[in-house]
Design a protein around this ligand. Structure first.
Ligand SMILES: [Zn+2]
Length: 277
């Protein structure tokens, strides 16, 4: 283990390579890459080598150089991007994104679903300045689940064209935020669907539980365009019960159960009646 600043970069000691007062500073930062300046090439090479060998030390070293102050973000890790070397992996943050941009993002990055037409609320998640993902929450698409105090994460979309390390935990954080926001608004349950061939790791990590398997509808269904290839794949429904957390100074919305009540057990039989694209 190194100290935070290696002796070779301590300004009070002469550089072991050039003999001048050792000098190192951050020169430029792009979203996930950085350049640093040193008194000489020898020190530059040495530091680059040490960072590559020990990314955790690199993180502490860059923090000591005030990288976080410079960028206004907290550094989660310095990590290998799997191709070109070390990258800056910032702490993920939930952040606002306007509706039009959310739509654009989903259209561009969602693997197998089209963009929803309307929804209740949405959010984005950022790694530094990089928008990594979007979640969109609306009414349940299954008509029988409507009016029962339930919301649905209609889309959760994480882009795949960045280094995998940057999106670590992003989906879980989005699912967690959606549940908290729904609870804050007074809803009693939130659900979502994954394809049966997806593991649902992020949902499990965010505390969601599987409710049932829902059969995809077949080709024979009328009014359903054949291009909608996602509609006939089996789904798994996930859910989280919510405890409404009314904000101070805000009247809590009544628990929403304004229509017929279907016994819980019957919900799993809704299977083929619906499925959206
Ligand atoms: Zn030097």
């Amino acid at each position: 283990m190194h100290d935070t600043v290696p002796p070779s970069a301590d300004p009070l000691t002469p550089c072991m390579f050039c003999g001048q007062p050792a000098h190192v500073e951050i020169h430029e930062v792009w979203d996930h890459e950085w350049m640093f300046e040193t008194c000489c090439e020898g020190l530059h090479e040495q530091l680059a080598l040490e960072m590559a060998e020990d990314p955790e030390w690199a993180r502490r070293f860059l923090r000591a150089l005030d990288l976080e102050v410079l960028c206004g973000c907290k550094l989660r890790r310095v990590t290998d991007d799997g191709a070109c070397g070390l990258i800056l992996d910032w702490s993920l943050e939930i952040g606002e994104i306007d509706r039009a941009s959310a739509k654009q993002f989903i259209a561009r990055h969602h693997a197998h679903c089209r963009v929803p037409v309307t929804w209740r609320f949405h959010t984005g998640i950022y790694n530094g300045r990089t928008l990594l993902g979007v979640a969109v929450v609306g009414n349940p698409v299954a008509p029988a689940l409507n009016g029962r105090g339930i919301l649905e994460v209609n889309r959760l979309c994480i882009r795949r064209d960045t280094a995998a390390a940057l999106r670590w935990n992003a989906a879980s954080m989005l699912y967690g935020w959606c549940a908290r926001e729904a609870a804050r608004q007074g809803w009693r349950e939130i659900i979502t669907y994954t394809r049966a061939d997806e593991p649902g790791t992020s949902l499990r990590a965010a505390g969601w539980k599987t409710e049932c398997r829902v059969r995809g509808r077949g080709w024979h269904s009328a009014r359903r365009a054949r291009s909608n290839t996602n509609s006939w794949i089996d789904k798994v429904r996930w859910a989280r019960d919510l405890v409404p957390t009314a904000q101070a100074g805000r009247t809590p919305l009544p628990a929403r159960s304004d229509d017929r009540s279907i016994p819980r057990g019957e919900l799993s039989d809704l299977s083929t009646a619906w499925w959206k694209g």
